[in-house]
Design a binder for this molecule. Structure first.
Ligand code: ATP
Length: 237
């Protein structure tokens, strides 16, 4: 087994008195799509925020490519190749699609490479291409989600953290979005996908982890989890 791209060991995170993550272990190999499923408040977003160093860690370690990043700054982990597309999209509504993409490349200075990568995002997300000069705030929900992901990709990540990409989107748009996510996977991007829609996530993922009240309670390959009675009962409706 090669050494993992991401190796989380006994990670604990608190918000004041609230224990959001309780000594979780999670491993991602390069090239995998791994999904984290769980109910509201289970700690999924907290896990992504800890990896991208947006919140402090109480205990445990996060190794990325063999390097201990547990105490690194957020911009440093972007430079190392970790990008985060947050829940709720967080795009800049008063800037154009192009401006938002430029912003995603803030850690880079290779102008030609940035230009080429913007065109690459337009190939992956054709809807954004047609709307490149449009203000981001006037895009539909699905288009804003695509922009959030495309912006995250502008840092040329090896590991993409996706928080609830399907939230609030119509089923046809969700399918389109997941086709694009599949394209990214095929192109070699490793993905950690947080989804409320466990059924959908497990169709696209190689493996999954179930998070309950801050604990990892189950892990396995996607097919195993899809047929697991506990997963069916709690998450597949
Ligand atoms: P959701 O699907 O609702 O986003 P989640 O699984 O992503 O849920 P988290 O957002 O990681 O869950 O929250 C985990 C726990 O930490 C919850 O009990 C939540 O109320 C708490 N929490 C999250 N952010 C904060 C914060 N900034 N301050 C205090 N408590 C927080």
């Amino acid at each position: 087994m090669p050494s993992p791209l991401l190796d989380i060991q006994k990670l604990s995170v608190n918000y004041g008195g609230i224990q959001a993550l309780q000594a979780i272990d999670l491993v991602i190999q390069a090239g995998e799509v791994v999904t984290l499923i769980g109910a509201n408040g289970a700690g999924k977003t907290t896990t992504l925020r800890a990896i991208s160093r947006l919140i402090g860690v109480r205990d445990g370690h996060i190794f990325y490519n063999g390097k201990n990043i547990t105490r690194q700054r957020a911009h440093a982990v972007v430079k190392l190749g970790i990008a985060h597309s947050p829940e709720g999209r967080r795009i800049l509504a008063r800037q154009t699609v192009l401006d938002n993409l430029q912003l995603g490349a803030y850690t880079r200075s290779d102008r030609l490479g940035i230009k080429a990568d913007i065109e690459q995002q337009f190939l992956t997300f054709p809807r954004l291409s047609e709307r490149r000069h449009q203000l981001a705030g006037t895009l539909s929900g699905g288009e804003q989600q695509m922009l959030a992901i495309a912006r995250a990709l502008m840092s040329r990540p090896k590991l993409l953290l996706l928080d609830e990409p399907s939230l609030g989107l119509a089923p046809t748009i969700v399918r389109e979005l997941f086709t694009s996510i599949q394209t990214l996977h095929t192109a070699g991007v490793t993905i950690l996908l947080v989804e409320q829609n466990a059924n959908l996530a497990l169709q696209y993922a190689n493996r999954g982890y179930v998070l309950e009240a801050g604990y990892i309670t189950l892990t396995g390959n996607a097919a195993e989890l899809l047929s697991d009675d506990r997963v069916k009962q709690a998450y597949l409706g």
